[in-house]
Design a protein around this ligand. Structure first.
Ligand code: TYD
Ligand code: MG
Length: 453
């Protein structure tokens, strides 16, 4: 018999090597090489020949004759906006991943969801690999979660959890968290890629076969990537990101992937003493504590599909020594540096010896290009010690030439500003609306509206 040849194939990039190594030389990932037997040419040929005849013709049907999955098979979370983010509730048989930093409130909101779903008459199971029954009960008491249909189990075994789901006794199962689980057949530690992806796969298979809705909790690292279970994102049906300020402020849940709904919606929450509460009028809450000082600008942004007014604050100080410091909370630092460069080049502001700090109030993270103009005006306002009229909101994208560019959903931004009693919006000149004070470039915007001491 001929000796079988094997190759070491990188599980990330697919490159193969003759020898094993700790690190793939092609893509640089660690611990991704796995041994695979290379079939001989003859084997490949026979396999292909066999494969060609062993297949069966697929029974395809016209899409018009297919019955849609039952729309009534969605579990309502008890949070209106959360249901909308999910596409109308949690679909039975779907596997959802809720990802967020530790301490964000994942266990809290899921306990609330469990209680609400159980109280609607469904059987619910909460499995925790992190906390004991007593600890979970303490949280449940605090949240007022109680129901005969709400069950708890403490387990870190992927096998046991999958088996339990497969039995089909529960409509909703929470797995908190995937990083604590391990499968008996795999020797690596909990939280490693192989444990996470294999446990994930087991649970997904069980959920699909028993039509059980499953929510898996995943911890993310500081930079926002899923720790370990990046692989899981491709396997599950829905990926929900739970973001925001861990210590007060708003928290948002949005779907970054949703096989059964859109990814434009967002639910906004606040942590209270009895768990998370939905914030229905975020603009009002955000503006309630505002003081109109210099460096403060109200921006009309779009969070998900809804308009939102947020305050952007800038602080500009002289640099004490050496390199000026630039810090942004709630805004991309690279974008801030770019905007500072544009301000220096296209206006008369001198910022090279200034420390600049930007803060987006309320713990929100702005991913909206329309924030550019508001950031620039906040910096200019702080640098010159001049205020903007407090009945004016700002939005617009700033180009490298200092030109103000148009942005999406201008009408919704304007409508929100009107609703909250603002009188005008400094905005791109392309918008035709009496409410808008049109500006074509950054310099003109500063000269015209930033001159009242
Ligand atoms: P937790 O849900 O345990 O976070 P995660 O599961 O994402 O790690 O709790 C987050 C924080 O919320 C915790 O530090 C305590 C706080 N908290 C409240 O402020 N009010 C409450 O009612 C509860 C249950 C928790
Ligand atoms: Mg937790």
């Amino acid at each position: 018999m001929v000796k079988q040849k094997s190759r070491y194939v990188c599980q990330k990039c697919g490159f193969s090597f003759a020898k094993w190594a700790g690190r793939c030389e092609n893509c640089g990932e660690w611990n991704t090489l796995l041994e695979q037997i290379v079939p001989t040419d003859a084997e490949v040929k026979t396999a292909l020949a066999k494969g060609a005849v062993s297949g069966k013709k697929l029974d395809a049907v016209s899409i018009n004759t297919i019955e849609p999955s039952d729309a009534g098979s969605r579990l309502l979370t008890g949070f209106q906006d959360f249901d909308i983010v999910l596409g109308g509730g949690i679909l039975l048989g779907s596997v959802n991943l809720l990802a967020g930093q530790p301490g964000m409130g994942k266990s809290t909101i899921l306990m609330q969801v469990c209680s609400n779903v159980a109280n609607s008459g469904r059987n619910v199971l909460y499995v925790s690999g992190e906390e004991s029954a007593g600890q979970v009960k303490l949280r449940a008491l605090r949240l007022g979660a109680s129901s005969d249909k709400l069950h708890f189990a403490s387990s870190a075994s992927g096998n046991d959890i999958a088996k339990t789901i497969e039995e089909g006794n529960y409509d909703l199962v929470i797995v908190d968290s995937i990083q604590t689980l391990s499968m008996a057949e795999i020797s690596s530690a909990p939280g490693t890629v192989s444990q996470v992806s294999n446990c994930g796969n087991l649970i997904i298979r069980a959920a699909k076969s028993s039509d059980t809705a499953v929510i898996i909790v995943g911890h993310v690292t500081k930079d926002g990537t899923l720790a370990g279970p990046k692989v899981l994102e491709h396997l599950v049906d829905v990926v929900l990101n739970f973001e925001g300020d861990r210590y007060g402020g708003f928290k948002t849940i949005r779907a970054v992937k949703n096989r059964f709904g859109s990814t434009t919606e967002v639910a906004i929450f606040e942590m209270a003493d009895k768990g998370l509460k939905e914030v229905k009028n975020p603009s009002e809450v955000l503006l309630a504590e505002r003081q109109n000082t210099d460096g403060s600008i109200i921006m009309a942004t779009i969070e998900g599909a809804r308009p939102l007014l947020v305050e952007i604050q800038a602080l500009v100080n002289s640099t004490n020594f050496g390199y000026p410091k630039r810090t942004a909370s709630g805004f991309d630092l690279n974008r801030l540096n770019l905007l500072i460069a544009v301000l220096e080049k296209r206006t008369k502001l001198k910022l090279q010896d200034k420390d600049i700090f930007i803060n987006v109030v309320g713990g929100l993270r702005l991913n909206d290009s329309a924030a550019d103009l508001a950031i620039c005006m906040a910096i200019a306002s702080a640098a010159a010690g001049r205020k903007l009229n407090d009945k004016i909101v700002v939005f617009g994208e700033v180009g490298l030439g200092g030109e103000i560019r148009s942005v999406a959903s201008a009408d919704r931004r304007i409508a929100e500003a009107k609703k909250l009693g603002f009188k005008n919006a400094i905005a791109p000149a392309t918008i035709k609306d009496k409410f808008v004070l049109p500006v074509k470039d950054l310099r003109a915007a500063l000269v015209k509206y930033m001159n009242n001491k």
